[in-house]
Design a protein around this ligand. Structure first.
Ligand SMILES: [Zn+2]
Length: 532
């Protein structure tokens, strides 16, 4: 049988399994070809019986890249043949790396293999999570790297890719012991959650959000072992902030709250603090998490679930274990908050992460949404400190721009308000270059860092809490000159560590403070830059 030799260009040829037909992907070891094959719409394969001919396998006939590939190969004097194939088969073939089936691969389906290949690639890119967007006939795969979503691949024509991934995560993988799912992918009109192991020792959690346009699946790796924890200065904190944290943790009892929005690095900070306490030694450290995100050797960590390790049972057991410090992964349910309060008021040190919008505001959320009594919150020694943090992308050191380089393209209003506020410090500024460079993969951003505020709870703070006077509390902090998150951002912009505009997207204007009266004269000066 030598069907392959008879294929004429553009003739439709149904191949059931490219590997079995004798094809293997190899791109002829030409990087330009490999780059042109980006995606799963087409690939260049070698056939075992025709080693000197390049076969362009095309799944999507609307893809015109085959033309460029053909020209490139012909320039290099390589014979070229085109084969139109079933898109689903092609996708499986490419994502499996075109390898022959082996014993190990036999147990998992090619779709699961496709999913694992994407997850493995996300690890190589150091992505924090993977997002799969399914919109009609298009599936898009994004990796979050340094806090930003990056489109890795867009698969049009292979409309089944997203659904295949969904079925693998929520339907087929949960049938294997150790994996679980809240429902079948057929029920994708409702939110779904699943946890599964890959074929490389990794454990992942996936969530499906039933958006109107189509399901969105977010996948994140769990339980990464952190042999070395991130030290506080490396999180981006100032010496004053670190001293405040250490001082608050000196007390062996009471609460230390780490707050912020989603993906603000709260869990990383919690791990750093617990690791720091663990390194000092002599303490029994326990955690309740949902799920355990980072493994801290030497501590007792538990992931809550709906069956045996419920929040309630774990919390009750903690009381019998005689812990010194307890870390609560996320204080979002009344059960968890009640447990944290109980531990903090019975002589234990409690650290917890909590979703809110400010170090001061966190107290109102604890009372209003999670039912902690005001009396308790205002008791001296109950709360030791409240921290609030956000993450900001750092300007790439290779391509960031100085004020001199961008002043002509700046909005004159921005140039004026920044110059008025920062004076000569503007010459230290670093601005993100939107065009980027190779070093930052064309994003202008390299890595990210925290901006934060840490508010110690003193007797005055307790009085403000007791009278629910959050504004008075903020005015008190301001009168002391205490740095809040905005001040931390200003400091890091002033010294050229962060770009002013990315900070302002997060904490608001750095040139006019909402805690001040507005500056009529300044606004009149700035009005000159607006067109009549
Ligand atoms: Zn760069």
């Amino acid at each position: 049988m030598n069907a392959v030799a008879e294929i004429s260009p553009v003739k439709k040829f149904e191949i059931k399994d490219a590997s079995e037909e004798g094809f293997e992907t190899h791109y002829f070891d030409i990087d330009e070809v490999k780059n042109l094959c980006n995606g799963v719409d087409l690939t260049v394969a070698r056939h075992k019986d025709h080693p000197n001919t390049a076969f362009i396998l095309i799944g999507d006939s609307t893809n015109t890249r085959w033309f460029d590939i053909k020209n490139l190969l012909r320039q290099k004097k390589i014979a070229v043949k085109q084969v139109q194939v079933n898109p689903q088969m092609l996708m499986n073939f490419i994502l499996s790396g075109g390898r022959e089936k082996s014993e190990v691969d036999y147990k998992i389906t090619s779709t699961e293999k496709a999913l694992f290949t994407i997850l493995k690639s996300s690890r190589e890119h150091k992505a924090e999570d993977v997002h799969v967007h399914i919109e009609g006939a298009i599936t898009k795969v994004y990796f979050r790297v340094d806090g930003r979503l990056r489109l890795m691949d867009s698969y049009s024509g292979s409309q089944t890719l997203g659904d295949s991934i969904g079925k693998a995560i929520f339907t087929s993988l949960p049938k294997i012991a150790g994996n679980e799912s809240s429902g079948d992918y057929a029920g994708k009109e409702q939110p779904l959650n699943a946890t599964f192991n890959d074929d490389d020792g990794g454990r992942w959690r996936a969530g499906l959000y039933p958006a109107d346009e189509g399901p969105r699946i977010a996948i994140r790796e769990l339980g990464k072992r952190s042999e070395t924890y991130i030290k506080l200065p490396d999180l981006g904190l100032t010496p004053l902030q670190i001293a405040t944290i250490k001082s608050a943790l000196k007390s062996g009892k009471g609460m230390f709250l780490i707050t912020g929005p989603t993906s603000s690095g709260k869990s990383t900070t919690l791990s750093s603090l617990l690791s720091m306490l663990n390194e000092e030694g002599g303490e029994a450290i326990y955690t309740i998490e949902d799920p355990v995100e980072r493994i801290l050797p030497g501590t007792a960590q538990a992931t809550t679930n709906q069956s045996k390790k419920t929040e309630e049972l774990l919390a009750r057991q903690l009381l019998r274990q005689d812990p010194d410090t307890i870390g609560f992964g996320e204080l979002r349910t009344k059960t968890m908050v009640a447990a944290a309060v109980r531990m903090a008021t019975t002589g234990h040190r409690v650290l917890g992460t909590f979703h809110t919008n400010g170090a001061v505001e966190c107290v109102s959320s604890l009372e209003g949404e999670l039912g902690v009594s005001l009396h308790r919150l205002a008791t001296p020694g109950f709360l030791n400190a409240s921290m609030y943090q956000e993450l900001v992308g750092k300007p790439c050191s290779e391509c960031s721009l100085s004020f001199e380089q961008i002043k002509n393209s700046l909005d004159p209003f921005d140039a004026a308000r920044i110059a008025n506020k920062f004076g000569d410090d503007i010459h230290n500024f670093k601005f993100i270059n939107d065009e980027g460079c190779e070093h930052c993969r064309k994003t202008g951003v390299k890595g990210k860092t925290a901006i934060a505020e840490i508010v110690p709870i003193d007797i005055k703070a307790c009085r403000f809490i007791a009278s629910r006077d959050m504004l008075g509390w903020k005015e008190y902090l301001k009168s002391k000159g205490w740095p809040m998150i905005r001040d931390h951002a200003i400091e890091r912009v002033r010294t050229g560590q962060l770009d002013i505009f990315s900070c302002e997207k997060i904490v608001g204007s750095l040139t006019s403070d909402p805690m001040d009266e507005f500056d009529f004269e300044e606004l009149k000066r700035l009005a000159k830059y607006e067109l009549q």
